[in-house]
Design a protein around this ligand. Structure first.
Ligand code: MN
Length: 344
């Protein structure tokens, strides 16, 4: 238990607000809980944590992912077998929707397209999220942009309200936090995030399994693909780049998604300002750009080539051919050369 001031000092949250949200959930007879399409660890973990809590409380709860997908890498999460295919859900008797980690209703993807009537206000919606862009679409909203993860927000709520956190819930919440903070390393990781992680460990959260599944364990095909891609890495001015070709995927027996982390690795190359990974596709190139530097905004750069994204992670598409690739890299290198350098 916490002997500090608690999690709410300096927070946008108040205990009465947390109480209102939890009472609303508690009072429901039948809940459908939803999270966004293309779910990440935070989305699934938050959904499964809430589900476990409500099942233990004897409540009926139907958890689903907006596109029905559960990535293989997240099957280790306790309670993953409770997820229901969204197309099988009937709202008969459902008196509350709980939406987790969704900045807006559209983030549930196919479920929103197929069932706009679920979100027209007839069934109250509890909206629990940490995105600064959240549209507050719920009838009850619990939004904390200071939370590094929706799982952090849930954990703060449970501890502040004195609700018992069993080991499976602790493991889920820790996984959500670890996922959204890339292992407690992003700038969104605050003192509260670390304190909560410690509190979850005290409740026997399985850190080893979480870290293994999110960060350490990978198929051998991934290692072979990384080897092929890293062997080809080159520097051009302030860019460190490489490519992934269909041949490389065939010889490593990897899926293209297994190469996603390579570009982050390249971006950490000392003295470089941008990491670039170019996927050769049949109709052109898909480019991922990353920077770890304050003086480079890759979203601005990507927009020059018809793409977009975030300041640290962005992407664009290029026409097919080696010439298009080299023209892009030369142009990008020249633009970086022209960008003022400042440390930080
Ligand atoms: Mn999240």
């Amino acid at each position: 238990m916490t002997t500090r001031d608690g999690y709410l000092s300096g927070s946008v949250l108040s205990r009465s607000e947390l109480r209102t949200v939890w009472d609303t959930v508690d009072a429901a007879r039948r809940i459908v809980a939803l999270t966004h399409a293309n779910p990440d660890a935070d989305a699934i973990a938050s959904l499964l944590a809430l589900t476990d809590l409500r099942v233990r409380a004897g409540q009926e709860i139907i958890p689903a992912v907006g596109d029905g997908e559960l990535p293989d890498t997240l099957r280790f999460l306790p309670g993953a077998d409770r997820l229901v295919a969204p197309e099988t859900i009937s709202l008969q008797g459902v008196d509350l929707l709980v939406m987790l980690d969704c900045a807006d209703e559209m983030r549930v993807g196919p479920t929103f397209q197929q069932h706009p009537e679920w979100f027209d206000g007839r069934i109250p919606i509890v909206n629990i999220d940490h995105h600064v862009t959240n549209t507050r679409f719920g009838s009850v909203n619990l939004i904390d942009p200071q939370a590094a993860a929706t799982a952090e927000l849930l954990g703060v709520m449970l501890i502040e309200l004195g609700i018992q956190i069993e080991v499976d819930v602790a493991t889920c919440l820790l996984a959500g936090i670890q996922g959204d903070t890339l292992g407690l390393r992003t700038p969104s990781t605050r003192a509260r995030t670390l304190r909560l992680a410690a509190d979850l460990l005290e409740r026997d959260a399985d850190l080893d399994t979480v870290v293994d599944n999110l960060f350490r364990v990978k198929p051998f095909s991934t290692i072979r693909l990384w080897g092929l891609a890293l062997t080809r890495a080159e520097r051009l001015g302030a860019i460190v780049w490489t490519e992934i070709t269909p041949d490389m995927l065939t010889s490593s027996e990897a899926a293209a998604a297994e190469g996603e982390g390579i570009v982050n690795f390249l971006a950490g190359s000392k003295g470089s300002r941008v990491g670039a990974l170019l996927y050769r596709l049949h109709d052109g190139w898909r480019v991922s750009l990353r920077s770890v530097r304050e003086d480079v905004n890759v979203a601005d750069l990507a927009r020059l080539y018809g793409g977009g994204g975030h300041p640290r992670a962005a992407g664009c598409r290029l026409a097919p051919g080696i010439e298009a690739r080299d023209r892009f890299l030369t142009d990008l290198a020249a633009r970086l050369e022209a960008l003022p350098v400042h440390r930080g």
